[in-house]
Design a protein around this ligand. Structure first.
Ligand SMILES: C[S@@+](CC[C@H](N)C(=O)[O-])C[C@H]1O[C@@H](n2cnc3c(N)ncnc32)[C@H](O)[C@@H]1O
Length: 308
């Protein structure tokens, strides 16, 4: 490839160069759940850029877990390349896909067109800001929260974004609605995340039940201590008192018994879509009836979905 062509592709942000002048693709085209999705390439080396679009790290797992009851209006917050919105479009009359990042919205619109999906609107919004007074039947939020103590870009918004989400969410969810998040959170000594989450949700007419399928929890070991040490560098010594960091997919729905279950799974090894879709429905049923024994049985019986 001539140097002018490389310059053109770089200025159009189609390719990047890494140290050593190696050329790498900036965008990747993925085939997920029967859809073609264009998004940023996971190795394109520009994580420091604020307009990065999620290269589909955890989105496919969340997309496969979504319960698929018929819905009128659904919301995908932080839509990125649109993977969750395009999935919701299959059983929703209409979907609103929103993001604070205009580059993500452009990518999402492109993906909707590529897949001939026309019941999704893309709206720029900081969380629920653009949706005052609107009620949704299903809300999904692959939250931009990792193990960071000090956010660096739009995929690392820290716990503050979870607090803002849980504060607003009850005012936007239909009575029979369901919420799913992919999230990472910290437990502090004497102050588990779930207690903070309940205080953010606040008193509502109907309590919420929640099931967390936990991908991992770190409370000891070299990696955890490294994360703590990095935390001190980024956020000061108080970060050291954090007692565990967990990541997982959480489902919430209104429940007669406001239970909270945590189940260890390895969702990177989930079997094909049909089985996990069944799991998504089973989780909602477990929350709505306040009984999760069946759920644990189901997870145990799903072969490769064995608890870890
Ligand atoms: C982890 S990515 C998820 C992307 C996509 N939903 C997926 O599953 O692949 C989180 C998304 O949240 C967006 N985001 C960050 N802060 C936001 C905010 N305050 N309001 C709305 N979206 C936000 C980011 O731009 C990013 O697209």
């Amino acid at each position: 490839m001539g140097s002018q062509a490389v310059r053109d592709l770089r200025s159009l942000k189609i390719i990047d160069t890494c140290p050593g002048d190696r050329l790498i693709a900036r965008l990747a085209v993925r085939h997920v759940l029967g859809k073609v999705l264009v998004t940023d390439h996971p190795q394109s080396g520009f994580r420091g850029e604020s307009l990065i679009v999620d290269p589909l790290w955890e989105g496919p797992a969340l997309a496969r877990l979504m319960p698929s009851r018929r819905r009128r209006l659904s919301l995908d917050l932080g839509t990125g390349c649109g993977i969750l919105a395009l999935q919701l479009a299959q059983w929703s009359d209409h979907v609103i896909a929103s993001d604070i990042n205009p580059r993500a919205l452009a990518m999402g619109e492109l993906n909707a067109r590529l897949n001939s999906i026309d019941n999704v609107s893309f709206v720029q919004s900081d969380l629920f800001e653009a949706f005052r007074g609107q009620i949704f039947d299903q809300i999904v939020f692959n939250a931009p929260v990792g193990t960071e103590f000090r956010p660096r870009h739009m995929l690392e918004a820290g716990e503050a974004i979870l607090e803002a989400f849980f504060n607003a969410m009850p005012h936007h969810l239909a009575e029979t609605g369901v919420v799913q998040l992919n999230l990472c959170f910290r437990d502090w000594p004497g102050d588990p995340f779930v207690t903070r989450m309940r205080s953010w949700i606040g008193p509502t007419d109907h309590a919420f039940g929640a099931v967390l399928l936990r991908l991992w929890r770190r409370s000891s070991g070299p990696r955890f201590f490294l994360e703590k040490a990095l935390g001190v560098l980024r956020a000061g010594p108080e970060a050291l008192s954090c007692s565990a960091i967990s990541r997982g997919i959480m489902t919430l729905a209104r429940s007669p018994l406001p239970t909270h279950s945590e189940i260890d799974v390895n969702y990177h090894q989930w079997p094909p879509q049909a089985t996990t879709r069944h799991l998504g429905e089973a989780i909602v049923a477990a929350i709505e009836t306040g009984a999760d024994e069946n759920l644990r049985g189901l997870i145990g019986s799903m072969g490769r979905l064995n608890p870890i």
